[in-house]
Design a binder for this molecule. Structure first.
Ligand code: CYC
Length: 169
C-alpha cells in the first residue's frame, strides 16, 4: 500500500533520478493540502455511523425497490450488509484522502469486488449511487466543519464509482 510520497519516491528511484520540478510541485501540493485532508478525516470519523445511516436512508428513499421483496437489500441480513458496504466505502475513502493516493482502494476495496457483486446479484448502479450520496453528505459536513475548499474530497469517491462502473458483464 502506498501514499503520495512513497509512490513518488518509488517512481523516481526506479529511474535513479533526483526529484525534479514536477515532483517538488506535487510534494508541495500534498503537504499544503495536508491539514485540510486530516481535518476532513476527523470530521468524517466522528460522524461515520450517522453519515452511513443518512446515506442509506437517502438511497432507499430514491430507490425503494431495493428493499422490497425482489430487491437485493431486502431482509435484515442483506440490508445490514448493504449499510456495512457503505461503511467500508466511507472508511477506505478517508484512508485514501489522508494518503493522498488511491492505491489503498485498489488493494483493499476494489480488487475482485465487481465479480463478487455480480455473483451475488448486488446491483452496481445503485451501489454507485450510494457512494455518490456518501460523497454529497461528507462534503456538506466537512464544509460545515470549516474546510473552505472541499474539491479534494471528490477523488476517492469518484475513483470507486469509476472503477465499479467499468462493466464487463
Ligand atoms: C473492505 C472491502 C470490502 C467490500 C467492499 C466488501 C463488499 C461485499 N459486499 C458483500 C455482500 C453484499 N453487499 C450488499 C450491498 C447492497 N445491496 C444493494 O441492493 C445495495 C445497492 C447495496 C448497498 C449500497 C448486499 C445486500 C450484500 C449481501 C448479498 C447476499 O449475501 O445476498 C460481500 C459478500 C460477502 C458478505 O456478504 O460479506 C462482499 C465481499 N467486502 C469487503 O471486505
Amino acid at each position: 500500500m502506498r501514499d503520495a510520497v512513497t509512490s513518488l519516491i518509488k517512481n523516481y528511484d526506479v529511474a535513479g533520478r533526483y526529484f525534479d520540478r514536477n515532483a517538488i510541485d506535487s510534494l508541495k501540493s500534498y503537504f499544503e493540502s495536508g491539514t485540510a485532508r486530516v481535518q476532513a478525516a476527523g470530521a468524517i470519523n466522528s460522524n461515520a455511523a450517522s453519515i452511513v445511516r443518512q446515506a442509506g436512508s437517502r438511497l432507499f428513499e430514491e430507490q425503494p425497490e431495493l428493499i422490497r421483496p425482489s430487491g437485493n437489500a431486502y431482509t435484515t441480513r442483506r440490508y445490514a450488509a448493504c449499510l456495512r458496504d457503505m461503511d467500508y466505502y466511507l472508511r477506505y475513502a478517508t484512508y485514501a484522502l489522508v494518503a493522498g493516493s488511491m492505491d489503498v482502494l485498489d488493494e483493499r476495496v476494489l480488487q475482485g469486488l465487481r465479480e463478487t457483486y455480480n455473483s451475488l446479484g448486488v446491483p452496481i448502479g445503485p451501489t454507485v449511487r450510494g457512494i455518490q450520496i456518501l460523497k454529497d453528505i461528507i462534503k456538506e459536513q466537512v464544509t460545515a466543519a470549516g474546510v473552505a475548499n472541499t474539491a479534494f474530497l471528490d477523488e476517492p469517491f469518484d475513483y470507486m464509482t469509476r472503477e465499479l462502473s467499468e462493466q464487463d458483464i
